[in-house]
Design a binder for this molecule. Structure first.
Ligand SMILES: [Zn+2]
Length: 313
């Protein structure tokens, strides 16, 4: 078995929209999710956030609208035949400018999104090319031996590139680290549709140290591939660990009773105690096969256990 590396990982900075991770070079138009200022292609400190680029493009088109209205105003004034006509024209143009300003202010956020979409459409090739180069840079870092940095780079790219290849690369790197509960780990972005034993083993690790990361998508994945997981060397203990994570919330117990029915008997005492308490306190679960199974296990194994008795007092 490969020796696992103790590592320190930089916390992951989440953004509300994944594209906020993306930067574009003002000099050579190169897109990247890696680096803050220096462009990896031309070397200039010219990286700028894509939103900033879209905002300046939008500002330019807004200035164009203002320019057109002002031009109409000037032509109107030049062609007016009386002072009254000039005053009327100036007043009309000012009203139009005020209206334009209000519309632009109110629709700025929506227009910014349209501009961003336009930017991504027009620069689709450069965008893909940039992300491919980012991945190549991460692979080079991996080959140079800096695995934690390679993982952090792939994690950044993963915010925008959702391919199984990239997920597998991240999982393999994570599986080569000694994972600790204080690490900034993730699971949902790494889930795939097909069965992958490395992913299952990673889920098994998380079930030991970060149960809170196992949510509905993970439980569904495990249920879907349960038969294949059971064929793995430590498959059953992974499933027991996952069942222990289901016990974390009442909602999960209601949604995944079959997983618990199959593995409740093998749960460690603390997880079974939690399941027992949840089932006892639930109004709706006081019948049905899971309730019966939990009570059978309780009667067989824990009836005289002090921790359980404390509960019944
Ligand atoms: Zn550049």
């Amino acid at each position: 078995m490969m020796k696992k590396l103790p590592v320190l990982l930089t916390p992951y900075i989440k953004t509300r929209y994944p594209y906020r991770k993306l930067k574009i070079c003002r000099r050579c138009n190169h897109f990247t999710v890696l680096g803050e200022a220096d462009c990896p292609v031309c070397g200039h400190a010219a990286l700028q956030n894509v939103e900033k680029r879209a905002a300046s493009m939008l500002q330019r088109s807004m200035w164009k609208d203002w320019f057109v209205v002002l031009l109409i105003m000037l032509v109107g004034i030049a062609l007016s035949e009386s002072t009254k006509q000039t005053i009327l024209f100036v007043a009309g143009s000012l009203l139009l400018l005020a209206l334009l300003w209000t519309i632009q202010r109110r629709t700025k956020f929506a227009l910014l999104h349209v501009q961003l979409e336009k930017l991504f459409q027009n620069e689709a090739y450069a965008l893909c090319n940039g992300l491919v180069k980012d991945r190549e840079a991460a692979i080079k870092v991996f080959e140079s031996g800096n695995k934690p940095l390679a993982y952090e780079m792939l994690r950044e790219i993963g915010a925008l590139v959702h391919t199984d290849q990239l997920r597998i690369e991240q999982i393999l790197l994570l599986q080569s680290f000694v994972l600790r509960k204080d690490m900034d780990l993730m699971l949902d972005p790494l889930l795939m549709n097909h069965f992958n034993s490395d992913l299952v083993e990673y889920i098994g690790e998380l079930a030991k140290i970060r149960r809170d990361l196992l949510k509905e998508n993970a439980f569904r994945y495990i249920l879907l591939h349960e038969a294949q997981i059971l064929k793995m060397e430590h498959g059953e203990s992974i499933l027991i660990g996952v069942a222990g994570a289901v016990v974390r919330m009442k909602r999960y117990i209601t949604l995944y009773p079959h997983l618990l029915l199959r593995y409740a008997r093998k749960l460690p005492k603390d997880r079974f105690l939690r399941l027992y308490r949840m089932i006892q306190s639930s109004q709706t679960a006081n019948n049905g096969p899971l309730y019966e199974e939990v009570m059978t296990i309780y009667n067989e194994k824990y009836k005289w256990d002090e921790d359980f008795q404390r509960d019944n007092r």
